[in-house]
Design a protein around this ligand. Structure first.
Ligand code: ZN
Length: 505
């Protein structure tokens, strides 16, 4: 009989406290929806009453299919009843069935930060939990600085947990708030704590200040905790929280954990992880980390010719799991170091059929090496590689020719007064169908219609106002020219893996 391991996501609370992160209500709603779809047990939405965004978010009356929506807050202040504490009132007055209340468990903090007695702190924990437990289905007690507290005064740290438990807390979460505890210490301390309090009431909340948040979480689970707190991509204060994107597949696909634990998250749903990780990067306007475990674009990338030929025989030779389990994919990197096996494998995944003995393979390889010698790189530039192949094969259609372009950036001398102007002169054969697929901004669209009607062979696109993008619509790829507001011009051809594109033209 497997034990249940509960997953608690705090991206929208601890993650939101990260330097440079500022979610708005819509972004929180989108992420919460995705986490619910994935099926985490708890979604901590934020701190109602502490800021306008979180207060509004909790008043949205959100519905969750799988996850329990959780509000965060602090234990009551000394000298005030729980009923009269505005922070606790904000947690009660919203529609979240679960509450997570943070309190001190390190006597040093009780004395120095709160300037109250140890007994007063125990009372604050107990009364706050009791008050929340009257209306909430589940109460989590986040024992702040638990590991430092345990090292300083183990009996008191345990007493803090017991004060919460005896007043109705479902979970007692051991927080490594400063993030300085190491895996062997976590394992040792959790083992001792779980002799006094059953592990199915204990959680772990690890920070990554020594790069060990994931390792500390695994150590805590091995030693007995059954609730794991973390965030998408390890977002969180300072160096971040434990990364759920690394933890979830480890729990689901690594033997020791897979054989011992059940998750609420269906293992098949973990193929949403890559998408979820990139969604967060997109919201934060960050470039995805290529080397992120499990979901990075390099996580299953093979470059050396020897590796590639082995992977082609059996992916297990250089892959610890099947990338599709987490929604990622195998990448065969094309570079100067490539052998024929890289080229063949890449051609296969692009749907381009070439005979294995074909001299064309050598021709493609030679062309790649020649281009890389001249400073180009096909490492991660799949579309460019496909264009190169099709040029070598003589299958590359010509859509237009850039006659000339001109980019002009001016500054009047005042800050913020920079103006960019650009124009591109293209030669386009307007008798071809593909023109209808182009997409323009309003002015350019009108201009193009006029040009088409007059059957001119050249058009000029004036990009004096803002960015211009010319793209084919639809999923079958195309060509784009873009000029951004600081005057950079980029010309690129995008082809995806639908072979239909080549058949059409
Ligand atoms: Zn934290």
């Amino acid at each position: 009989m497997k034990e249940k391991l509960y997953i608690f996501d705090t991206t929208l609370r601890d993650g939101a406290q990260t330097y440079g992160v500022d979610f708005n209500v819509d972004e929180k709603k989108l992420l919460a929806k995705k986490l619910d779809e994935l099926g985490v047990d708890y979604i901590e939405g934020g701190w109602p009453g502490a800021n306008a965004t979180d207060t509004k978010f909790f008043n949205e009356d959100l519905k969750f299919e799988n996850s329990m929506f959780t509000a965060f807050g602090m234990t009551k202040k000394t000298g005030r009843s729980a009923e009269n504490d505005p922070g606790l009132a904000a947690m009660i007055n919203i529609n979240a069935p679960s509450a997570c209340v943070v309190g001190k468990s390190w006597d040093f903090h009780v004395d120095l930060a709160l300037r109250i007695t140890n007994e007063e702190n125990l009372e604050n924990i107990g009364e706050s939990v009791k008050f929340l437990a009257k209306t909430k289905k589940e109460v989590h007690f986040d024992a702040e600085h638990f590991f430092d507290g345990y090292k300083s005064n183990p009996n008191y740290a345990i007493d803090c947990l017991k004060a919460a438990k005896s007043n109705g807390a479902r979970w007692l979460v051991l927080c490594d708030t400063n993030g300085g505890t190491l895996p062997h210490e976590v394992e040792d301390i959790v083992s001792k704590v779980s002799k006094e309090i059953s592990g199915d009431h204990l959680g772990i909340h690890a920070h990554n200040d020594t790069g060990n948040a994931v390792a500390n979480t695994l150590a805590a689970v091995r030693a007995g905790v059954r609730q794991v707190q973390g965030t998408i991509n390890g977002l969180g204060e300072r160096c971040g929280n434990a990364n759920l994107i690394s933890l979830l597949p480890t729990f689901a696909f690594k033997n020791e954990f897979e054989n011992k634990f059940d998750l609420s998250i269906n293992r098949e749903r973990l193929n949403l992880l890559t998408e979820l990780s990139r969604l967060l990067d997109e919201i934060l306007n960050r470039v995805p980390n290529r080397t992120a475990p499990y979901v990075g674009s390099s996580a299953f990338a093979h470059k050396g010719g020897l590796h590639v030929s082995a992977v082609n025989k059996d992916p297990k030779t250089y892959e610890h799991i099947n990338p599709e389990l987490v929604g990622n994919q195998r990448q065969i990197i094309i570079s100067e170091q490539s052998g024929k096996s890289n080229i063949l494998s890449k051609l296969k995944s692009a749907g381009i059929e070439v005979n294995e003995d074909d001299k064309t393979i050598q021709k493609i390889l030679d062309r790649v090496k020649e281009r890389e010698f001249n400073g180009y790189s096909y490492d991660g530039a799949d579309a460019s590689f496909e264009i190169l192949v099709n040029k070598v094969l003589g299958k590359m259609p010509e859509y237009f020719e850039v006659i000339s372009f001109n980019v002009n950036v001016q500054n009047s001398g005042e800050e913020g007064q920079t103006m960019s102007e650009a124009s591109v002169k293209l030669k386009i054969d307007i008798t071809k169908d593909f023109l209808h697929g182009f997409f323009f901004g309003e002015d350019q669209a009108r201009y193009l219609v006029e040009v088409s009607q007059n059957k001119l062979e050249q058009i000029e696109v004036d990009a004096s106002k803002s960015a211009v993008k010319i793209e084919r619509i639809g999923e079958i790829g195309g060509t784009s020219i873009s000029i951004n507001s600081i005057g950079e011009i980029e010309l690129s051809s995008l082809i995806d893996h639908h072979t239909k594109w080549f058949n059409e033209f």
